[in-house]
Write a protein that binds this ligand. Structure first.
Ligand code: OGA
Ligand code: MN
Length: 281
Protein backbone atom coordinates (compact mmCIF):
# COMPACT_ATOMS: atom_id res chain seq x y z
CA UNK A 1 0.00 0.00 0.00
CA UNK A 2 1.32 3.45 -0.86
CA UNK A 3 1.10 6.49 1.26
CA UNK A 4 0.26 9.49 -0.81
CA UNK A 5 -0.70 12.61 1.00
CA UNK A 6 -0.12 15.85 -0.85
CA UNK A 7 2.27 18.02 1.12
CA UNK A 8 3.92 15.26 3.14
CA UNK A 9 7.65 14.95 2.47
CA UNK A 10 10.05 12.47 4.06
CA UNK A 11 13.75 13.31 3.56
CA UNK A 12 15.84 10.47 5.04
CA UNK A 13 19.39 11.31 6.11
CA UNK A 14 18.95 15.02 5.43
CA UNK A 15 21.40 16.04 8.17
CA UNK A 16 25.07 15.03 8.28
CA UNK A 17 26.44 13.50 11.49
CA UNK A 18 28.17 16.83 12.23
CA UNK A 19 24.90 18.71 11.84
CA UNK A 20 23.09 16.19 14.04
CA UNK A 21 25.73 16.62 16.79
CA UNK A 22 25.49 20.38 16.49
CA UNK A 23 21.71 20.48 16.89
CA UNK A 24 21.78 17.98 19.76
CA UNK A 25 24.26 20.21 21.61
CA UNK A 26 22.16 23.30 20.91
CA UNK A 27 18.95 21.54 21.98
CA UNK A 28 20.48 20.69 25.35
CA UNK A 29 22.44 23.86 26.07
CA UNK A 30 21.20 27.03 24.37
CA UNK A 31 17.61 26.18 23.35
CA UNK A 32 16.26 25.70 26.89
CA UNK A 33 17.84 29.01 28.06
CA UNK A 34 15.51 31.87 29.07
CA UNK A 35 13.71 33.75 27.62
CA UNK A 36 12.88 30.51 25.84
CA UNK A 37 10.36 28.61 27.91
CA UNK A 38 10.33 24.95 28.84
CA UNK A 39 7.87 22.64 30.57
CA UNK A 40 9.73 23.44 33.83
CA UNK A 41 8.77 27.16 33.75
CA UNK A 42 5.32 26.65 35.24
CA UNK A 43 6.77 25.09 38.40
CA UNK A 44 10.25 26.57 38.84
CA UNK A 45 10.24 29.79 36.82
CA UNK A 46 13.11 30.33 34.37
CA UNK A 47 16.00 27.89 34.85
CA UNK A 48 19.49 28.84 33.62
CA UNK A 49 22.16 26.40 32.41
CA UNK A 50 20.39 23.16 33.24
CA UNK A 51 22.78 21.01 31.24
CA UNK A 52 25.90 22.43 32.95
CA UNK A 53 24.21 22.08 36.31
CA UNK A 54 23.58 18.41 35.51
CA UNK A 55 27.26 17.85 34.67
CA UNK A 56 28.24 19.64 37.88
CA UNK A 57 25.75 17.50 39.83
CA UNK A 58 23.95 20.55 41.10
CA UNK A 59 20.63 20.71 42.85
CA UNK A 60 17.86 23.22 42.25
CA UNK A 61 16.87 24.56 45.64
CA UNK A 62 13.86 26.56 46.70
CA UNK A 63 15.02 29.78 48.28
CA UNK A 64 14.26 30.10 51.96
CA UNK A 65 12.27 33.20 52.86
CA UNK A 66 10.95 33.23 49.32
CA UNK A 67 8.40 35.95 48.94
CA UNK A 68 5.37 34.77 47.11
CA UNK A 69 4.26 37.50 44.80
CA UNK A 70 0.79 38.00 43.54
CA UNK A 71 -0.56 39.32 40.31
CA UNK A 72 -1.09 43.05 40.54
CA UNK A 73 -4.77 43.20 39.65
CA UNK A 74 -6.92 43.47 42.74
CA UNK A 75 -8.78 40.29 43.56
CA UNK A 76 -6.41 38.15 41.50
CA UNK A 77 -4.25 35.94 43.66
CA UNK A 78 -2.62 33.80 41.06
CA UNK A 79 1.08 33.39 41.74
CA UNK A 80 3.36 34.89 39.11
CA UNK A 81 5.31 32.28 37.20
CA UNK A 82 8.44 34.34 37.03
CA UNK A 83 9.29 34.76 40.70
CA UNK A 84 12.92 33.75 41.24
CA UNK A 85 12.39 31.28 43.99
CA UNK A 86 14.61 28.48 42.76
CA UNK A 87 18.32 28.48 42.09
CA UNK A 88 21.10 25.94 41.56
CA UNK A 89 23.30 25.03 44.45
CA UNK A 90 26.15 22.57 45.10
CA UNK A 91 24.74 19.25 46.19
CA UNK A 92 26.58 19.31 49.53
CA UNK A 93 25.61 22.80 50.56
CA UNK A 94 22.00 22.03 49.67
CA UNK A 95 22.13 19.00 51.92
CA UNK A 96 23.76 21.01 54.70
CA UNK A 97 21.03 23.59 54.69
CA UNK A 98 18.77 20.60 54.93
CA UNK A 99 15.42 20.73 56.56
CA UNK A 100 12.33 21.96 54.96
CA UNK A 101 13.35 23.62 51.69
CA UNK A 102 12.45 21.67 48.60
CA UNK A 103 15.18 20.58 46.21
CA UNK A 104 15.47 18.63 42.98
CA UNK A 105 18.54 17.24 41.24
CA UNK A 106 19.48 18.96 37.97
CA UNK A 107 19.85 15.48 36.43
CA UNK A 108 16.21 14.75 37.29
CA UNK A 109 15.10 18.03 35.69
CA UNK A 110 17.09 17.26 32.55
CA UNK A 111 15.47 13.84 32.30
CA UNK A 112 12.06 15.46 32.74
CA UNK A 113 12.69 18.18 30.16
CA UNK A 114 9.90 17.58 27.63
CA UNK A 115 9.88 20.74 25.50
CA UNK A 116 11.40 24.12 24.92
CA UNK A 117 10.16 26.84 22.57
CA UNK A 118 12.25 29.09 20.32
CA UNK A 119 11.28 32.32 18.62
CA UNK A 120 7.65 33.27 19.21
CA UNK A 121 6.69 31.46 22.37
CA UNK A 122 3.96 28.83 22.21
CA UNK A 123 1.80 28.86 25.32
CA UNK A 124 0.85 25.25 25.95
CA UNK A 125 -1.85 26.09 28.47
CA UNK A 126 -3.69 28.17 25.84
CA UNK A 127 -2.37 26.04 22.95
CA UNK A 128 -1.57 29.24 21.08
CA UNK A 129 1.29 31.65 20.40
CA UNK A 130 1.60 34.42 22.94
CA UNK A 131 3.25 37.35 21.16
CA UNK A 132 3.41 39.28 24.45
CA UNK A 133 5.96 36.85 25.93
CA UNK A 134 9.59 37.98 25.66
CA UNK A 135 11.50 36.01 23.05
CA UNK A 136 14.63 35.87 20.93
CA UNK A 137 14.71 35.36 17.20
CA UNK A 138 15.32 31.79 16.07
CA UNK A 139 19.11 31.39 15.63
CA UNK A 140 20.24 32.28 12.08
CA UNK A 141 21.77 28.88 11.34
CA UNK A 142 18.51 27.14 12.22
CA UNK A 143 16.54 29.65 10.10
CA UNK A 144 18.81 29.01 7.13
CA UNK A 145 18.49 25.24 7.47
CA UNK A 146 14.71 25.43 7.82
CA UNK A 147 14.37 27.73 4.76
CA UNK A 148 16.53 25.42 2.69
CA UNK A 149 14.58 22.33 3.74
CA UNK A 150 11.18 24.01 3.40
CA UNK A 151 11.86 25.21 -0.15
CA UNK A 152 10.54 22.05 -1.90
CA UNK A 153 7.24 22.30 -0.07
CA UNK A 154 6.69 26.05 -0.54
CA UNK A 155 4.30 27.69 -2.98
CA UNK A 156 6.39 28.75 -6.01
CA UNK A 157 8.42 31.92 -5.59
CA UNK A 158 7.76 32.30 -1.86
CA UNK A 159 10.23 32.01 0.98
CA UNK A 160 9.55 30.23 4.25
CA UNK A 161 9.73 32.52 7.32
CA UNK A 162 10.78 30.57 10.40
CA UNK A 163 9.10 32.35 13.33
CA UNK A 164 8.74 29.70 16.01
CA UNK A 165 10.07 26.29 16.86
CA UNK A 166 9.11 23.65 19.36
CA UNK A 167 11.80 21.30 20.59
CA UNK A 168 10.45 18.00 21.94
CA UNK A 169 12.58 15.80 24.18
CA UNK A 170 11.61 12.13 24.42
CA UNK A 171 12.93 9.66 26.98
CA UNK A 172 12.07 5.98 27.18
CA UNK A 173 8.30 5.67 27.44
CA UNK A 174 7.57 9.23 26.32
CA UNK A 175 5.06 9.57 23.51
CA UNK A 176 3.34 12.30 21.54
CA UNK A 177 -0.37 11.66 21.11
CA UNK A 178 -2.24 12.04 17.82
CA UNK A 179 -2.73 15.74 17.09
CA UNK A 180 -2.93 18.49 14.48
CA UNK A 181 -0.75 21.60 14.56
CA UNK A 182 -3.45 24.09 13.82
CA UNK A 183 -2.39 27.33 15.49
CA UNK A 184 -0.49 28.71 12.49
CA UNK A 185 -2.30 31.08 10.15
CA UNK A 186 -1.35 29.66 6.75
CA UNK A 187 -1.30 25.90 6.33
CA UNK A 188 0.26 26.11 2.88
CA UNK A 189 3.55 26.77 4.76
CA UNK A 190 5.30 23.58 5.82
CA UNK A 191 6.29 22.54 9.31
CA UNK A 192 9.93 21.48 9.12
CA UNK A 193 10.55 18.66 11.56
CA UNK A 194 14.01 17.21 12.34
CA UNK A 195 14.70 13.97 14.19
CA UNK A 196 17.79 13.56 16.37
CA UNK A 197 18.94 10.64 18.51
CA UNK A 198 17.02 7.42 19.06
CA UNK A 199 14.80 6.04 16.32
CA UNK A 200 11.06 6.58 16.68
CA UNK A 201 7.85 5.33 15.16
CA UNK A 202 5.89 8.13 13.51
CA UNK A 203 2.21 7.62 12.78
CA UNK A 204 0.60 9.62 9.99
CA UNK A 205 -3.17 9.39 9.95
CA UNK A 206 -5.87 11.07 7.94
CA UNK A 207 -8.16 14.03 8.50
CA UNK A 208 -10.29 12.08 10.95
CA UNK A 209 -9.08 10.40 14.11
CA UNK A 210 -10.90 7.29 12.85
CA UNK A 211 -8.61 6.95 9.81
CA UNK A 212 -6.09 4.14 10.17
CA UNK A 213 -2.60 5.67 10.32
CA UNK A 214 0.48 4.65 8.37
CA UNK A 215 3.56 3.88 10.48
CA UNK A 216 7.12 4.79 9.57
CA UNK A 217 10.47 4.97 11.31
CA UNK A 218 12.14 8.31 11.89
CA UNK A 219 15.89 8.04 12.46
CA UNK A 220 18.47 10.57 13.55
CA UNK A 221 19.08 13.03 10.72
CA UNK A 222 15.73 12.50 8.98
CA UNK A 223 13.55 15.47 8.12
CA UNK A 224 9.80 15.53 7.59
CA UNK A 225 7.86 18.38 5.98
CA UNK A 226 4.13 18.77 6.44
CA UNK A 227 2.39 21.32 4.24
CA UNK A 228 -1.02 21.80 2.63
CA UNK A 229 -3.23 18.68 2.84
CA UNK A 230 -0.73 16.99 5.16
CA UNK A 231 -1.28 19.77 7.71
CA UNK A 232 -4.83 18.49 8.11
CA UNK A 233 -3.68 14.97 8.99
CA UNK A 234 -3.43 13.69 12.54
CA UNK A 235 0.02 12.48 13.50
CA UNK A 236 1.94 11.37 16.57
CA UNK A 237 4.89 9.46 17.99
CA UNK A 238 3.80 6.33 19.90
CA UNK A 239 7.27 5.07 20.79
CA UNK A 240 11.02 5.55 20.67
CA UNK A 241 13.68 2.83 20.74
CA UNK A 242 16.47 3.19 23.29
CA UNK A 243 18.04 -0.27 22.99
CA UNK A 244 21.32 -0.44 21.10
CA UNK A 245 19.89 -2.35 18.12
CA UNK A 246 16.73 -0.30 17.86
CA UNK A 247 18.07 3.21 18.45
CA UNK A 248 20.35 3.16 15.36
CA UNK A 249 22.67 5.86 16.63
CA UNK A 250 26.08 4.13 16.42
CA UNK A 251 27.70 6.67 14.04
CA UNK A 252 26.28 9.55 16.07
CA UNK A 253 27.57 8.07 19.34
CA UNK A 254 31.04 7.51 17.89
CA UNK A 255 31.20 11.05 16.60
CA UNK A 256 30.13 12.58 19.92
CA UNK A 257 32.59 10.34 21.79
CA UNK A 258 35.34 11.33 19.40
CA UNK A 259 34.60 14.97 20.19
CA UNK A 260 34.86 14.07 23.88
CA UNK A 261 31.21 14.90 24.55
CA UNK A 262 30.44 12.09 26.99
CA UNK A 263 27.56 13.92 28.61
CA UNK A 264 25.81 14.38 25.29
CA UNK A 265 26.37 10.70 24.54
CA UNK A 266 24.85 9.68 27.88
CA UNK A 267 21.79 11.78 27.16
CA UNK A 268 21.22 10.79 23.54
CA UNK A 269 21.64 7.03 24.16
CA UNK A 270 18.25 7.01 25.81
CA UNK A 271 16.59 10.00 24.16
CA UNK A 272 15.18 11.44 21.01
CA UNK A 273 14.97 15.14 20.17
CA UNK A 274 12.57 16.59 17.62
CA UNK A 275 12.93 20.20 16.46
CA UNK A 276 9.96 21.45 14.47
CA UNK A 277 10.06 24.87 12.90
CA UNK A 278 7.03 26.87 11.92
CA UNK A 279 5.91 29.99 10.12
CA UNK A 280 3.21 31.40 12.37
CA UNK A 281 1.76 34.29 10.34
C1 OGA B 1 5.04 18.10 16.94
C2 OGA B 1 5.29 16.83 16.22
C3 OGA B 1 6.72 15.00 15.61
C4 OGA B 1 7.99 14.29 16.00
O1 OGA B 1 5.85 18.48 17.82
O2 OGA B 1 4.04 18.76 16.64
O3 OGA B 1 4.43 16.42 15.50
O4 OGA B 1 8.56 13.66 15.11
N1 OGA B 1 6.46 16.16 16.38
O5 OGA B 1 8.36 14.33 17.18
MN1 MN C 1 2.85 17.88 15.13
Amino acid sequence: MFLFIIGFYFIPGALSIEEQCHWIRESLTSFPEPPNRTNHNAIYGPIHELFDATIERKVLVEEENAITSFASEPGCFERKESTRRWRFSEENSARLRGNGGKSVLASVLLRKLRWSTLGLQFDWSKRNYDVSLPHNKIPDALCELAKQMAATAMPTGEEFKPEAAIVNYFGLGDTLGGHLDDMEADWSRPIVSMSLGCKAIFLLGGKSREDVPVAMFLRSGDIVLMAGEARECFHGVPRIFTDKEGAEIDPLESHLLHEGNNHFVDYIRSSRININIRQVF
